[in-house]
Design a protein. Structure first.
Length: 354
């Protein structure tokens, strides 16, 4: 019964929380979960019927999305957070009246809190899958074209960086001039250093912004990022608390292999509108593949996969947001920066705008 359907996940989460608090007495927990799932399924079926109805008349994805939202509200089965109040009341009533519940040892407010937490995870999943059905009807996958020539890389210009695969023009670099450390004339300098001095780590003032906080030479030496607020710290890294200042949110520094951070400091930053945020995976800095352009987007696209599906996976967003972001990046209204993990090959991206 505990499968990966959104309704089953939500129902299971409600029961687990009640059991963890010893707030429910039931001899047939599987039947109780099934009863909750059936109630949520009725909501999903109603929304699905609206999607089918919208598809029979809409002439474009934008019209279909707007019509779905309008009909969902009019039909009493809204999407997203608007569906929370009626579903919350329905599931709470079900739990209070179910024949599979012998006793509930929880007040109404606490019961609502438990159900609400599960629904806040459930509703976005349902909205995403229904909007994906709309998108699939209008945005058809295109066969992937034959492999084209290799994309330009900074290595093509003679600068080999294990963590940087983007083109030279995407790197933050200085104009031609003498190296600040050995005085050798250089066509391209990184943090005022020639390639050899930069790779040797002589540009000690070089700083890289990352999703785990900025990294400086003194941070790399101890294998800790400079830190981020606790609320922004991603999971998966050992944390070291930073003493909090009065009135400020506590910060934490994140533990990362010192050699990996030193390699990052021997890597050029990439050009952005609002400052780089180097991404991590498998507890190490990822490899920068370059700014998103249509050529890179096509390279990343699998056969029978749409461009929107690539963007959705990179940014971890739903189909509706992916459709908007894809159009924006191809039109140049936003920039996306793409990374890959050298260990597990996972790809991630972040975006910004002027």
């Amino acid at each position: 019964m505990y499968d990966d359907k959104p309704a089953a996940r939500a129902a299971s989460a409600i029961l687990r929380r009640l059991q963890a608090q010893e707030s429910v007495e039931t001899e047939r927990p599987e039947e109780l979960v099934r009863e909750i799932v059936e109630a949520l399924d009725r909501y999903e079926h109603a929304v699905d019927a609206l999607v089918t109805s919208v598809l029979s008349s809409a002439s474009s994805l934008a019209i279909a999305q707007g019509e779905l939202d309008r009909r969902a509200v009019a039909g009493g089965v809204p999407l997203d957070d608007d569906a929370l109040p009626p579903l919350l009341a329905k599931i709470c009533t079900l739990l209070l009246e179910s024949e599979h519940v012998e006793e509930l040892f929880v007040d109404d407010a606490e019961l609502a809190k438990i159900v609400r937490a599960a629904l806040l995870d459930y509703l976005p999943s349902v909205a995403s899958q229904e909007r994906s059905k709309l998108a699939a009807a209008f945005v058809k996958p295109r066969p992937k074209p034959p492999a084209s020539q290799k994309l330009a890389s900074i290595a093509d210009d003679g600068y080999l960086f294990p963590l940087f695969e983007g083109p030279l023009e995407s790197a933050v670099a200085d104009d031609a001039g003498p190296c600040a450390f050995c005085a050798t004339p250089s066509e391209v300098r990184f943090a005022r250093a020639c390639f050899a001095c930069f790779r040797a780590g002589k540009a000690v003032a070089h700083v890289v912004g990352t999703e785990l906080g900025m990294v400086r030479a003194e941070d790399a030496a101890v294998g800790l990022t400079h830190g981020v607020p606790v609320s922004l710290a991603p999971p998966g890294h050992e944390r070291v608390d930073v003493p909090a200042e009065d009135g400020h949110e506590p910060w934490v520094r994140l533990r990362v292999d010192a050699a990996a951070l030193n390699e990052l400091l021997r890597t050029p930053r990439y050009e952005t509108w609002q400052g780089e945020s180097w991404l991590f995976c498998c507890q190490k800095p990822m490899v920068f593949m370059g700014p998103m352009r249509e050529a890179l987007l096509e390279r990343l696209r699998e056969p029978e996969q749409t461009q929107e599906e690539v963007v959705a996976k990179l940014l971890q967003v739903n189909a509706r947001d992916a459709h908007r972001r894809t159009a924006e990046v191809l039109a140049g209204r936003i920039s996306m920066y793409v990374f890959r993990c050298a260990s597990c090959a996972k790809r991630r991206a972040h975006w910004d705008s002027a």
